[in-house]
Ligand binder design. Structure first.
Ligand SMILES: NC(=O)C1=CN([C@@H]2O[C@H](COP(=O)(O)OP(=O)(O)OC[C@H]3O[C@@H](n4cnc5c(N)ncnc54)[C@H](O)[C@@H]3O)[C@@H](O)[C@H]2O)C=CC1
Ligand SMILES: N[C@@H](CC=O)C(=O)O
Ligand code: NA
Length: 434
């Protein structure tokens, strides 16, 4: 059979990894796919220095690939939303299949892109867009297709997890570790996407759509990053037997769907609490299968290339399948996507860690306990660290039972109004993950 002809737009970290692994594993890949893959053109402003492109046609203009009548699969690895969207939509209009690692593009414009691809009868592969090399899209969309998914949660940003792990294990500074993550090619072009939780929210948006069969709704995801975390809270969490991880959580409830990204305390013996460095892990709970866990490298050149190439092979295998019989982009038939409401964060339910810096006056504990009890908030434990007194204020750390967030917000306002409390109350959500 003739080789399938592929064009790669963007030869940076992921593009470079894809180019090299396609070459190195060419024989193994064609044994699987039944045909060879020929990269006929590459378009990139800069070329990954690890790539030998001497025998490949390299062009400047990405549209030379998109409009090349020979090319059957366009691989978009440029990033960003503007040019990438033009590349993907024009490739689709030209009848080409697309493979992309671009979660920002899909979380924001995916509904339109998938609709156009469906109308044109072409496929869009995006395994690399969520949790890098972990085949979690395929696992949920195909492996768990018999289940009603109840919830999923995961560490889905490699840069953020690398930063938190290095800070905790080696005492390194935030800035120092972020710089290393950028040098290693883990971070987004704009690293605030990583540290402010935007990248994780893009990925969570995609995961929630394929788990629950809902349209992509990035604008409704609640997003909180890791930049406000302090070493003090990391240490207090540890003293209580917890680790702080940056989690994406999507949960189906009777009221709607929770879609939230934020730092979270999780018991230190949970598997997710022990996922460190650039590794990602996603736990998915289905009604039939129970809880399942997917673990692996969430970013980096070759792990991400692994997912891009799996998609190219998937496209090759399905090219001759009638569009109506192909696996739908979001795993559910397009006319079966449902409009479950996405809950606002104050409607979501969680347990909470609160750190209250209170003057050590008699009766403070009773005031705090009363504020919580009149709002129906049950306290699980209280820890006071007299040794950590600053300006006469002693940190009082509370763990609560699960409660609707609106009540905690209300309690925090009341706590901050006390004369004895002179700093904003620190609030971190807590999940038991069982
Ligand atoms: N780096 C990683 O570990 C992962 C990245 N991704 C996604 O993969 C995509 C690519 O990311 P990276 O490879 O890290 O980025 P990168 O910055 O290393 O590579 C992007 C490449 O595109 C080229 N490029 C940019 N604008 C261009 C233009 N106008 N014309 C021609 N070439 C242009 C650049 O020269 C560069 O070679 C992004 O969507 C990113 O979110 C997804 C998973 C993991
Ligand atoms: N910047 C992202 C790259 C992979 O998606 C991350 O750090 O996870
Ligand atoms: Na993946």
């Amino acid at each position: 059979m003739k080789p399938v002809k592929v064009g790669i737009c963007g030869l940076g970290t992921v593009g470079g990894g894809t180019f090299n692994v396609l070459k190195r594993n060419a024989e193994e890949i064609s044994r699987r796919a039944g045909r060879q893959i020929e990269v006929v053109q590459v378009a990139s402003r800069t070329i990954n220095p690890d790539c030998d492109t001497s025998t490949t046609e390299v062009v400047d203009d990405v549209f030379a690939i998109v409009d090349n009548p020979e090319i059957e699969i366009v691989v978009e690895l440029i990033g960003g939303e503007t040019l990438a969207k033009e590349i993907v939509l024009r490739a689709i209009e030209n009848g080409k299949h697309v493979v992309t690692a671009n979660k920002a593009l899909l979380a924001v414009h995916g509904n339109e892109i998938f609709a156009r691809a469906r109308a044109r009868g072409v496929m869009v592969g995006f395994e690399a867009a969520v949790a890098g090399g972990i085949p979690v899209i395929k696992a949920i969309r195909e492996g768990l297709a018999g289940n009603r998914i109840n919830w999923l949660t995961g560490i889905i940003n490699g840069t953020g997890n690398f930063i938190l792990s290095e800070m905790r294990e080696k005492g390194r500074t935030f800035e120092d570790v972020l710089q290393e993550a950028q040098e290693l090619g883990y971070a987004e072009a704009d690293p605030t996407f990583d540290v402010e939780g935007i990248d994780a929210a893009h990925k969570l948006t995609i995961l929630a759509s394929i788990a629950f069969g809902i349209p992509l709704q990035f604008e409704k995801a609640y997003t909180e990053g890791i930049t406000q975390l302090t070493t003090a809270d990391v240490n207090y969490a540890e003293a209580l037997g917890y680790r702080i991880k940056h989690l994406g959580i999507a949960r189906r409830t009777d009221l709607g769907i929770e879609l939230r990204v934020h730092p979270t305390l999780i018991p230190e013996d949970r598997l997710l609490a022990n996922v460190n460095g650039v590794m990602n892990a996603v736990m998915v709970n289905g009604d039939a299968v129970g809880s399942t866990l997917y673990y692996g490298a969430g970013a980096g050149m070759e792990p991400t290339a692994s997912a891009v190439i799996a998609d190219i092979i998937d496209v090759m295998r399905s090219m001759t399948v009638l569009p109506a019989d192909q696996v739908p982009a979001l795993g559910f038939q397009a006319d079966q996507l449902s409009e479950h409401p996405i809950l606002a964060i104050d409607e979501c339910e969680s347990a909470y860690y609160l750190r209250i810096q209170a003057k050590d006056h008699p009766g403070v504990l009773a005031q705090v306990a009363s504020i919580m009890s009149v709002r129906g908030i049950n306290i699980e434990s209280i820890m006071q660290k007299e040794a950590d007194e600053v300006d006469g204020a002693i940190p009082m750390i509370l763990l609560t039972h699960r409660v609707e967030e609106q009540r905690i917000n209300d309690a925090i306002l009341a706590l901050e109004a006390l004369d004895t409390v002179q700093e904003p109350v620190v609030r971190i959500r807590v999940e038991q993950l069982n």
